[in-house]
Design a binder for this molecule. Structure first.
Ligand code: ZN
Ligand code: FE
Length: 261
């Protein structure tokens, strides 16, 4: 097993607000790539740091997560892990729940969560320390429902909720500040949201990433993981003028609310 201190997770900002994640073995310079929206920032970094690519992992089929695959595998013959129920050019290893991605050069074994909702076949990659969630769970928010139902997404989010508190969440976009503005609107009395919004704003003022976050921060401040909290239920009921209190119904309401926020 690789000494954990040798593993570095590097964000590569790409396109408008995407993150491509690099998992790097600092000693051997092996690197795995998560959701390469474009190839250039990845290939540039490989060149300047003389990195050795070992794998690509894809969370879902959207163009802003797969756009760089072709140009990377043209230069490097490496496995491309993709969700098994989505069609993605360049895929070599379709994966789903129960499969394991072995990255021996990084001392890592990643498990798979099936997390439909944003897309029908989206997956997340995780171990005891970290999770790559793509556009399903965002820091302080969640993805839009392009291909799934609210009930599916709510069920997918419950899988993230079950991860240990100290799991670090690495998502596909820098959306924290705008997500927290909605969270603060929905739960005006939640001090943890206010404090996190202040911190995230200061971080973005310095042009630094607000990602990753811990799952304990998410539990305290992400409204989409808080559909069982009385404050969130009350806010959803007031917004929707219904009496629905089932968590999946509360989720459906606040997801719709965020779409129109
Ligand atoms: Zn995206
Ligand atoms: Fe997406």
């Amino acid at each position: 097993m690789l000494d954990k201190t040798l593993l570095k997770i590097i964000p590569l900002p790409a396109l408008k607000d995407n993150y491509i994640w690099l998992l790097k073995n600092k000693a051997s310079r092996h690197v795995a790539i998560v959701d390469p929206s474009e190839a250039k920032p990845v290939l540039d970094r490989i060149k300047t740091e003389r990195l050795i690519p070992t794998a690509i992992m894809i969370t879902h089929h959207h163009w802003d997560h797969v756009g760089g695959i072709a140009a990377i595998i043209e230069q490097f013959n490496i496995p491309v892990y993709t969700p098994k129920s989505e069609t993605i050019a360049g895929s070599t290893h379709p994966v789903g729940a129960g499969d394991v991605v072995s990255l021996p050069e990084l001392g890592l074994q990643l498990n798979i969560l099936d997390v439909p909702g944003h897309t029908a076949g989206a997956v997340a990659y995780y171990n005891d320390d970290l999770v790559f969630s793509g556009d399903t769970l965002f820091t302080a928010g969640c993805g839009r429902l392009f291909e799934g139902t609210p009930a599916q997404m709510h069920n997918s989010l419950s899988k993230f909720k079950a991860l240990p508190d100290n799991t670090r969440l690495y998502c596909g976009h820098e959306y924290t500040v705008s997500n927290l503005k909605f969270a603060a609107h929905l739960e005006p009395g939640n001090k943890a949201i206010q404090q996190r919004l202040q911190r995230a704003t200061a971080t973005r003022d310095k042009h630094l990433p607000t990602v990753p976050a811990t799952m304990s921060e998410e539990q305290a401040t992400n409204p989409f993981l808080r559909c069982e909290e009385v404050t969130v239920i009350a806010a959803a009921r007031a917004y929707a003028t219904t009496s629905a209190t089932a968590p999946a119904d509360v989720f459906a309401t606040i997801r719709r609310w965020k779409d129109n926020f």
